[in-house]
Design a binder for this molecule. Sequence first.
Ligand SMILES: Nc1ncnc2c1ncn2[C@@H]1O[C@H](COP(=O)(O)OP(=O)(O)OP(=O)(O)O)[C@@H](O)[C@H]1O
Ligand SMILES: [Mg+2]
Length: 407
Amino acid sequence: MAQENIIAALDIGTTKITALVGEMDDAGGIYVIGHGTAPSEGLRRGIVIDMERTVKSIRKAIEDAQMVSGTEIDGVTVGIAGEHIRSINSHGVVAVNRSDNEITSADVNRAIDAARTVAIPVDREIIHVIPQQYSVDEQGGIKDPVGMTGVRLEVEAHIVTASVTSARNIYRALERCHLEVNHMVLEALAQSSSLLTEHDMENGVVVVDLGGDITNIAVFYEGAIRHTAVVSLGGKNVTNDIAIGLRTPVASAENLKIQSGAAMSLVVDPEEMISVPTADGSQGKEVSRNVLSSIIEPRMEEILSLVQREIKRANVGDLLAGGMVLSGGGSLLTGTRDLAEQIFDMPVRLGRGDRVEHTPEEIADSRYATAHGLLIYGFNHDPVGEKSSMKVKGMLKRFENWITRKL
Ligand SMILES: Nc1ncnc2c1ncn2[C@@H]1O[C@H](COP(=O)(O)OP(=O)(O)OP(=O)(O)O)[C@@H](O)[C@H]1O
Ligand SMILES: [Mg+2]
């Protein structure tokens, strides 16, 4: 297969950094042919606070993905998220150029450019300008105006901005790893391509990504992203509560949460006992699973209630016929879906990165939805053959991968 069909994606999360190498076949199917994950140590709430450690983690994830795929990565589609992300709605108007008044894609691009000229503070940079709908001579609600006739074309666009410092630190970290940025993509937008169907986006859906330091919220309806928000709490807060509540080291608290934790104490057997290690490594005490869950539950309730407050603030509650999709590592906690259904009183489902069918089982869960989404975004926005970000090391290695995939 030609090397132009291969691209790489990088998710710089607050707990882990994941690199994926994907290959697209002639039928448009995406195969993940290499992946690497390294613990993320230089980030806080989505922002690089320790460049050296961030660079080290990125290098490790990239090296592993290169080794598994037998490719050399020199460019990535990278995600961006965090408290510094803002989104605003803007409006652009242009006169249609052609004398016969037929609207061309050049008119559409000019309208989008006009929407982009909204005043943005100097410390912010535009990450995305996402057209929501067009109007032609006052007739609104148009999805694609190309080929229609009119004299005045208007666009309503959703503009996503990031703090210049945060975006630059990502560029700088990647530069230090000798990686080009093919696209910088809002994580929530990337996730939509791995978690949502077109039907979901039309019906109206809210994606809640329960990550390590932060919880990202993104609202989609009428086919486009309409609203984004961030709650500055995540799975790490839950782990810290357990560490404090049960007087156990953070690493043990993390294990207890993953193995025995639950977001609702109702769903666990109160008789079941678990062993809690102590800081000095001595034989730990026994507590019931119920006690563990009763530490987790109020924090999960707090996180989800703050999400609910953001949804209310966005005034989109009536537009979410498709309900809620939970994503991120926090969604894997037992009982999280049930708790969310109770709080939001809407259908809630757990997202998986289902849209990339050919991916190793160990990275097929919602922790990797962002990385998979970035890969899909990269393929959609970097048409095959236009730009290659990879160099294939050897045909033999590629052949080996191909064989492994067929097994
Ligand atoms: N099986 C599990 N059960 C409960 N919690 C889990 C499980 N697996 C992961 N987590 C939690 O999910 C969180 C990490 O989620 P994720 O991997 O989506 O974060 P991230 O992408 O690194 O961070 P962010 O998106 O905030 O930048 C951690 O707090 C971790 O404890
Ligand atoms: Mg994440």
